[in-house]
Design a protein around this ligand. Structure first.
Ligand code: ZN
Length: 272
């Protein structure tokens, strides 16, 4: 694993996903962070929220193409997860909130939010570790930071939204799931998406505090009785972006100055 070179920016939190924040609405600047895995475009700047000034960084997952393909919206199986997570570390930040759009396999209403408290990884083609040169079995007892997750759940309650939590199932995509797959996945998971893995694992390997706020954009395939379209997902994200921003910012301002969770020690005792 390469050495991390840290730069201090005093960033309160990094949001990976970027739904809800149109960086053009703020006085954000774009910086390019070089990582051993490629260059990452990061938008960074201050946002005033409830009498606090927060310094945030945004990594827009799908709009971060440093390859020559020219695609404006990178598909989930082609995202450079290692570069994104490495960039967080390079910025000197410790806290990450990921936003993930998901389909529900339960009874969560469309437009509601769920905080992931565990995951099942069904991805197939993605590089899922920083440790290629030695054997490191990082602990996954609590894959998501309990402190940030609690803060997100409180924020949902304070904004009169049901604080759902549950198991996130990550599929490879880019196709949607079949109805039979959803019947199976629904027996052990709550929501299904394509972007949460291996990001959470990589964050854990670097000892970062990482939580995931999932936006329920649709019912999973085969449950609604009609064809699932990508437009339906995009529409819901657009409708919910202001709520999402409030929930995130409320959660970030209520975090303690210093973390009291064990995330930074996740890698202790993991190396053979
Ligand atoms: Zn933590």
């Amino acid at each position: 694993m390469p050495k991390v070179s840290k730069k201090q920016h005093n960033i309160d939190a990094v949001v990976i996903g970027g739904v809800g924040f149109n960086p053009d609405d703020y006085d954000f600047r774009t910086i390019k962070v070089n990582t051993p895995y490629g260059t990452v475009k990061v938008k960074t700047g201050n946002i005033a929220h409830r009498s606090r000034i927060l310094e945030l960084a945004l990594i827009q997952r799908h709009a971060n193409n440093d390859t020559s393909s020219g695609a404006e919206h990178l598909p989930p199986h082609k995202l450079n997860y290692r570069a994104y997570v490495w960039a967080v570390r390079s910025l000197g930040a410790n806290r990450v909130i990921a936003t993930n759009s998901v389909g529900t396999m339960g009874s969560h209403p469309r437009g509601s939010f769920l905080v992931a408290d565990d995951f099942i990884d069904l991805t197939r083609s993605r590089v899922n570790t920083f440790y290629d040169d030695r054997t490191v079995h990082v602990d996954m007892t609590k894959p998501y930071c309990p402190e940030i997750s609690d803060s997100l759940l409180n924020s949902l309650e304070n904004n009169q939204m049901e604080p759902f939590k549950g198991v996130y199932v990550c599929t490879e995509g880019p196709r949607f799931e079949t109805a039979a797959e959803i019947r199976m996945l629904g027996t052990f998971g709550d929501v299904v998406g394509m972007t949460g893995l291996p990001e959470v694992v990589l964050a854990r390997e670097l000892g970062l505090c990482y939580a995931s706020l999932c936006i329920i954009t649709n019912q999973a395939c085969g449950l609604a009785g009609n064809k699932l379209t990508a437009d339906e997902v995009v529409e819901m994200l657009e409708m919910k972006k202001e709520t999402l921003r409030t929930i995130l910012l409320d959660a970030i301002i209520s975090l303690p100055a210093h973390s009291n969770c064990g995330c930074k020690d996740a890698i202790k005792g993991a190396t053979i």
